[in-house]
Design a protein around this ligand. Structure first.
Ligand SMILES: [Zn+2]
Length: 231
């Protein structure tokens, strides 16, 4: 491996750590456990600990790591994480809107490209797309200044009372689930009628005014975020 290649692989993995800590920490800036970080990154906990020690010991400290207290992003780490998330979501939007990629393929491509695009390229994509605030999965795109609007949404899998909801976003993490979700017509902004099936651990959903209902397993329902409109 050439030295250049090694350096870029490094940037990539640092970025992925920062992004995972941002996602898992949510808005409360709570500390993230090594276990949950290891699961999210699909890396052994020992390697995660190793990396965090490096990241918290570097001159430009990106994370605040404590042996038994988990990890949190430093202000610099948070800035970088939001920058990478902005890249990721802009690229996804560009691939979907301009290059006509199928929704379930944009994430993987964006995972590769997000670390490497220049400020200029980012600016041009944003301008071309009309400075979008939401990506095709329904996720907020952070602004150039690193601000990201947060909406109060809940997991479909956490619905206890049946009702009418609006679809907030769908997860981009699992291609298989995303395909199932799309096949039902679940798309951000659409209305969703939800009925919890008491006999099986699943949810019966119908889109808009359609009477056609689809059954979603709890596993798939974990990948859909919704906002309640009425009971
Ligand atoms: Zn994605």
């Amino acid at each position: 491996m050439s030295p250049g290649k090694q350096a870029s692989a490094n940037t990539e993995s640092v970025d992925n750590y920062l992004k995972a800590i941002l996602t898992l920490g949510g808005r409360e800036e709570s500390r993230v456990t090594i276990k949950s970080l290891a699961e999210r990154l699909r890396i052994a906990p020992a390697s995660v600990t190793n990396m965090l020690q490096k990241l918290s010991g570097s001159t430009a400290t990106l994370v605040d790591y404590e042996r038994h207290g988990g990890v949190q992003l430093s202000p610099a780490g948070k800035r970088r994480a939001l920058e990478v998330v902005r890249h990721h979501r802009l690229i996804e939007t560009f691939l979907y809107e301009v290059l006509d990629y199928p929704l379930e393929e944009v994430h993987e491509e964006a995972e590769r490209l997000e670390h490497f695009i220049s400020e200029r390229f980012e600016e041009r994509i944003a301008a071309k797309l009309g400075h979008p605030k939401i990506d095709p999965h329904g996720h907020s795109i952070p602004s150039m200044e690193g601000e990201m609007t947060a909406r109060e949404s809940m997991l479909l899998a956490d619905v206890i009372e049946d009702g009418i909801f609006v679809i907030d976003s769908v997860s981009d993490q699992d291609t298989h689930n995303l395909r199932l979700i799309e096949a039902c017509g679940i798309t951000p902004g659409a209305r969703l009628r939800v009925r919890k099936n008491s006999s099986s651990d699943s949810y019966s959903v119908s889109i808009g005014r359609s009477s056609k209902a689809y059954d979603l397993s709890r596993e798939v329902a974990r990948d859909v975020r919704i906002i309640r409109l009425k009971g």
